[in-house]
Design a protein around this ligand. Structure first.
Ligand code: BGC
Length: 580
């Protein structure tokens, strides 16, 4: 068995427990839910994708009338994709282009104030099955602000917000903040204006970032600019909260400024000042998405004793508990702010997709999210693939395929993983997290900044069915030398553009890692950011047991992590998928 190294982690495999080639699919049918509406609106709609497969889905809809009683109703919505309703029940459903109308039948037309009607349907789709965002009951928008003076109405921007005022999906119907500093660097690259107006994450990666590093924008500057970009609409601001004590314990490229025991400093000098700013009433109208401490908690599962992949630093962090404490403290403090949406980092399929990592990581997330005063209600969702390169959707093979009786799971590339891509992993992780007690409306984010894998080398179809390896390797979009490679990957391209509600259970595709910012330097470079030199960023490095002794696949001449890397930006543009 090989061991797989992720961006900052390793997966020791328990493949021994997985005997034989039998495949147990876990990633197919996934519940999705969009709840639209509020107490003060005329109506609320619960639209749930109950089941979904490659080309079809089943949806259950409940509409609640909060306005005056009606004796007939129609509910309308539009699809962003190519979804087609094929057959329905308990309503007369018709569709014209993307627009769908569901009308009551003879027996369910009466809806008193507060009463609900439910109906369902089967539909077909290809690509992604994005949830509709707006519903109208008898022509009136269900999340409309019916009473601007009602302080409990979350759709009224002048209302003081309360915990219950968080919307189900902050990205739905909202613009997302374009970081002017990133945008300027992107626009200065040849052709860069094609993407320089895309939203990217703002990384609070050290204490100094709160006030701005080297004269750059600080947190307040970003939020003030976000208010300008917001105008009269809704605006999401994406922050990455990233400065745990003993950060990045399994790698060196993003080691941080705080030592393993600096938990008190983390709280007082990092989280408290951030919370003070985010809690400023001036910013109450923004939807602030915080992605909490990437690459930390899974390290406590995959890179600790007795795993063969343990590192001394991760053992220290496991023993002192400061990752869980830090994450719990951040969730609690930031979760107290009514317009903050906390998303915890949940690694990616090439790290946590093995059976012995998957459930244990979910449990670890729960431990952290119930530490230091945090509760599961402080967690709005999870983000996967942050700053990684795992493909969104591998269309040319599935985990259930086999070649000559040999399962795809036994291919060298998949290596007993349970997932082949990020979408199936994110959806399955969501289901798992809900099953252990996280909110059933949990939303997932997928970082698609660098997982496009387009360009001329992108396979046009499945690989040859000579062996399971020719099949998988010939068909896979992810062209890394090894799934565990994570630093400045050669051949990578920009992935799906940021978008809301792209698939069942997914709040958004996001570009949390700003394309063009390095993952780590190719050689040791002195710096005052606490960043080390990890040989996984050196293209001449022939690897270690954690990437099964493969070449690192990293681009040469890279600067320290977080610094601008023009050659990588150019390559990401060239290999974008969808193409620019
Ligand atoms: C670095 C951060 C940087 C971020 C975004 C991380 O790998 O450690 O300093 O802000 O990437 O580029």
């Amino acid at each position: 068995m090989s061991r797989i190294r992720s961006r900052a982690g390793t997966a020791a495999l328990a493949a021994l427990a997985l005997t034989g080639a039998a495949c147990v699919g876990t990633a197919a049918a996934l519940p999705a839910d969009v709840a639209v509406g509020a107490a003060a609106a005329t109506c609320s709609v619960d639209y749930k994708v109950q089941n979904q497969w490659d080309s079809g889905f089943t949806t259950a809809v409940t509409v609640t009338n909060n306005g005056a009683a009606v004796n007939s109703w129609n509910l309308t919505w539009s699809y962003a994709g190519n979804q087609k309703v094929t057959s329905g029940w308990n309503a007369d459903i018709s569709q014209s282009g993307a627009a769908v109308t569901a009308k009551n039948l003879s027996y369910n037309g009466n809806l008193a104030t507060g009463a609900s009607a439910s109906f369902g349907f089967n539909g077909s789709y290809s690509g992604s099955n994005a949830l509709p965002t707006t519903f109208k009951l008898n022509g009136v928008t269900c999340n409309g602000d019916t009473d601007p003076t009602d302080p409990t109405d979350p759709t009224d921007p002048t209302d003081p917000t309360g915990p219950s005022d968080r919307v189900d999906n902050p990205y739905a119907g909202a613009k997302v903040y374009v970081n002017p500093e990133w945008s300027e660097k992107a626009a200065a690259e040849p052709g860069g204006t094609k993407i320089s107006n895309q939203p990217t994450g703002v990384w609070l990666d050290r204490i100094a970032a709160i006030n701005g590093v080297n004269g750059g924008m600080g947190l307040r500057d970003h939020l003030d600019e976000a208010l300008t970009q917001k105008g009269s609409g809704e605006e999401v601001v994406q922050l990455v909260v990233y400065d745990l004590p003993g950060r990045d314990c399994a790698a060196l490229a993003s080691n941080g400024e705080l030592g393993p025991n600096d938990i008190a400093k983390y709280k007082s000098d990092f989280i408290d000042p951030i919370a003070a700013i985010l809690g400023d009433a001036k910013y109450a109208s923004l939807r602030i998405v915080t992605t909490i401490e990437i690459d930390s908690l899974p390290n406590l599962v995959t890179n600790v004793t007795p795993r063969a992949t343990a590192t001394p630093n991760c053992d220290v962090m496991k023993a002192n508990g400061n990752y869980q404490k830090g994450v719990g403290y951040a969730l609690d403090k930031l979760g107290d702010i009514d317009n903050v949406y906390n998303y915890i980092d949940a690694g990616h399929h090439g790290w946590l997709g093995w059976d012995d990592n998957f459930g244990a990581s979910a449990d670890m997330f729960k431990t952290a999210a119930t530490s230091e005063g945090a509760t599961l209600a402080d967690v709005h969702g999870f983000i996967v693939n942050t700053a990684n390169y795992s493909a969104l959707k591998e269309n040319n093979f599935t985990i259930d395929d086999s070649v000559n009786g040999v399962s795809v799971r036994q291919s060298k590339w998949v290596d007993w993983n349970r997932y082949t891509d990020e979408l199936s992993y994110a959806q399955a992780m969501r289901t798992k997290l809900v099953s252990i007690g996280f909110d059933q409306n949990l939303g997932m984010l997928i970082d698609t900044s660098r997982n496009g894998w387009g360009g001329p080398a992108r396979p046009a179809g499945p690989g040859a069915k000579t062996t399971v390896d020719t099949y998988v390797d010939g068909g896979r979009y992810d062209r890394r030398i090894h799934l565990g490679n994570w630093c400045n990957q050669s051949g990578a391209g920009l992935g799906e553009r940021p978008q809301a509600n792209p698939a069942a259970g997914i709040d958004a595709y996001v570009w949390m890692k700003p394309p063009g910012e390095s993952d780590g330097s190719s050689t040791a470079i002195d710096n005052d950011e606490g960043k080390g030199f990890d040989r996984m960023c050196d293209p001449t490095y022939t690897g270690n047991p954690r990437n099964n002794n493969h070449l690192s696949g990293a681009l040469p001449n890279a600067p320290v992590s977080g610094h601008w890397f023009s050659a990588q930006f150019q390559e990401l543009m060239k290999n974008a998928y969808p193409a620019l």
